[in-house]
Design a protein around this ligand. Structure first.
Ligand SMILES: Cc1cc2nc3c(=O)[nH]c(=O)nc-3n(C[C@H](O)[C@H](O)[C@H](O)COP(=O)(O)OP(=O)(O)OC[C@H]3O[C@@H](n4cnc5c(N)ncnc54)[C@H](O)[C@@H]3O)c2cc1C
Length: 569
């Protein structure tokens, strides 16, 4: 049986940072398990950059201003102690990344360059052209290889094993052989990324951003926090939803409607295109809904105009954006505006982390970092550039804490891994033999379209109740769905089937918690409750899994020194 002291599930930036740190503790054996090859993790798609108040461009910036911007951006739902920690740590983590070898773009004097980003008081976003996540992920992976971190690549984690409220390990499938394994681990760190693929129909995420770790923990009894908060990025390419980084607006891009107006003047006159994402996404949707866009239905759009930036700046700072616009829209941004519309992008909610210093969940030895976790530093709306920061800032202490926990944990000789493995094997065997009557694409598309239409950028009680019923119906139909491929080797049909099960559980949790939150806050915008209601909802939601749907509780937000104010930009 495979056995580790610390098993990290996920090899994106969060998982690799935790692995590097855990691996420094020479008394523990560390392993990383990932369903895709590490450098294919979604972190590699991050474009615009990572925030830290280095004050390289504007000396007035400071971690304190960064913290205030983040608290305000979160619509006061973020935990302020964790936010202050993140913003204080940020400059140290940037220099650590730089020393690892991340090739950040530079100012003429050689210091790390910083660009303006949405909701930020100063140019604070460090970047490497528009490929920041790519270079971070590759550099961290190189460091892991150099340090001899062990990887299980192309293994799918299917279950978390818990006994007596303590981590025991996981059940995983080796995708290449189809073998099912119980893997022993004293500490399990989830770093499995987000759940934005619930909104499959318009999405900026990797195909694999299916919220697996969140759903696995949820079903194992760990609550998910603030799951109703989903970020829609303002600028996805019209036809695919592929991301056009906020950096394009950071570099000076304009949003234009069919009347030729820079319409952000009507929504956020001070910040214009660099208002926070929730506001810009709503502004674009409103323009489209009120007939000031182009196109119809899911293909409607407004323009992102970069032409005035000039060919040189576009080629130098936004080369990937130019390539994506040419390849996927047939539009060269040097010559023509890019057709864009909001796209499902980021999961503010996630696995409930109780202590930001360790990232431990309510189950001992189970940790969560990165997009799958809810610390919570993003609250109701994440600021661009704060997620790459979140993964490195919290990945590091989580790795250290997991190693320390495992080091002090005596060897378990009683837990029956063999029995768990046999049970899981039998369940997967049965799935491979299952005969189904349903079609996976139909269920997935109906789920995604329902969530997009009824629990999307604008929300309202009636449609959300319909969505809850629809997801329940789809969960019933899922019982009659079979993977449809009984082979063992690289059975992607089986993986897709399991991932859809995860998405359905999370879609239900999103819809139920969203319907219960009778206010508008950050990305959760209700037409029937347009105001924020601090009296009743300045609270995190915690959803617990039950067979009949989520059971929801609320806990207080941690406030240090920033009292809630009205959020204007
Ligand atoms: C297109 C795009 C651009 C972005 N740009 C920026 C930006 O400029 N700045 C910023 O701050 N943020 C940005 N973000 C957000 C940020 O990139 C992500 O939130 C962050 O990288 C997530 O990192 P992670 O380590 O949590 O997870 P990921 O990088 O998503 O990695 C998840 C890992 O978990 C593994 N995994 C998942 N499920 C399983 C399973 N069942 N079994 C085994 N392994 C599993 C995967 O194989 C993968 O290795 C962007 C996001 C997108 C989608």
């Amino acid at each position: 049986m495979l056995s580790y002291d610390v098993l990290i599930v996920g090899a994106g930036g969060g998982g690799l940072m935790a692995a590097l740190e855990a691996n420094k503790n020479k008394n523990v054996k560390v392993g990383v398990i990932t369903k895709v090859y590490p450098t294919r993790s979604h972190t590699g798609a991050a474009q615009g950059g990572i925030n830290a108040a280095l004050a390289n461009v504007d000396p007035s910036d400071s971690p304190e201003v960064h913290a205030f911007d983040t608290v305000k951006g979160s619509d006061y739902l973020g935990d302020q102690d964790a936010i202050e920690f993140m913003c204080e740590e940020a400059p140290k983590r940037i220099y650590e990344l730089e020393h690892m070898g991340v090739p950040f773009s530079r100012l003429p004097d050689g210091r790390i360059a910083q660009r303006p980003f949405g909701g930020a008081g100063f140019p604070r976003t460090c970047y490497a052209a528009d490929k920041t996540g790519h270079v971070m992920l590759h550099t961290m992976y190189e460091q892991c290889l150099k340090e001899g971190v062990e990887f299980l690549n192309e293994w799918y984690v299917h279950e978390l094993l818990i006994d007596n409220n303590e981590a025991k390990g996981v059940i995983a499938i080796d995708i290449r052989t189809g073998e099912v394994h119980a893997i022993k681990a004293k500490a399990v760190v989830f770093a499995t990324g987000g759940y934005a693929r619930v909104y499959w129909v318009r999405n900026s995420n990797a195909i694999g951003s299916t919220g697996d770790g969140i759903a696995i923990c949820y079903r194992a009894g760990i609550p998910v926090k603030d799951i109703e908060f989903v970020q829609f990025h303002p600028t996805g390419l019209r036809s695919t939803g592929i991301l056009v980084t906020e950096g394009a607006r950071g570099e000076g891009g304009y949003l234009i409607n069919n009347k030729g107006e820079r319409f952000m003047a009507n929504y956020a006159p001070n910040k214009m295109e660099l208002a926070p994402r929730d506001m810009v996404a709503r502004a674009i949707e409103t323009e489209i809904l009120e007939g000031r866009g182009w196109g119809e239905g899911m293909n409607a759009y407004v323009h992102l105009d970069l032409r005035h930036l000039g060919a040189q700046k576009i080629k130098e700072r936004l080369p990937q954006i130019r390539m994506l616009a040419i390849d996927f829209e047939g539009v060269d941004p040097i010559e023509e505006p890019i057709p864009v519309r909001p796209t499902a992008h980021y999961s503010m909610g996630g696995i409930h982390v109780e202590d930001y210093k360790t990232s431990m969940t309510p189950v001992k030895g189970v940790f969560a970092v990165g997009e799958c976790a809810c610390v919570s530093v993003h609250g109701a709306n994440r600021l661009g550039g704060n997620s790459l920061l979140d993964i490195v800032v919290f990945g590091k202490p989580a790795g250290a804490a997991a190693a320390e926990y495992a080091e002090n944990m005596p060897e378990d000789t009683t837990y029956n891994y063999k029995a768990e493995e046999e049970r899981a094997k039998a369940e997967i065997e049965a799935l491979l033999k299952k005969e189904g009557t349903e079609n996976i694409n139909e269920i997935r598309t109906e789920m995604a379209q329902t969530m997009w239409d009824k629990v999307g950028i604008f929300r309202e009680e009636g449609p959300m109740k319909e969505a809850i019923e629809k997801i329940k119906e789809l969960k019933e139909r899922y019982k009659n769905l079979a993977p449809g491929d009984s082979s063992k080797l690289f059975n992607t049909a089986l993986i897709n089937y399991l991932e859809l099960g995860n998405l359905l559980d999370l879609a239900e949790a999103i819809a139920v918690t969203a319907e219960m939150r009778k206010e508008s806050r950050g990305a959760h915008a209700r037409r029937d409750y347009p105001k924020r209601d601090d009296e009743n909802f300045l609270k995190h939601s915690l959803a617990y899994y039950t067979e009949d749907g989520p059971k929801v509780e609320y806990i207080d937000v941690k406030i240090t020194k920033y009292q809630p104010q009205e959020r204007k930009y």
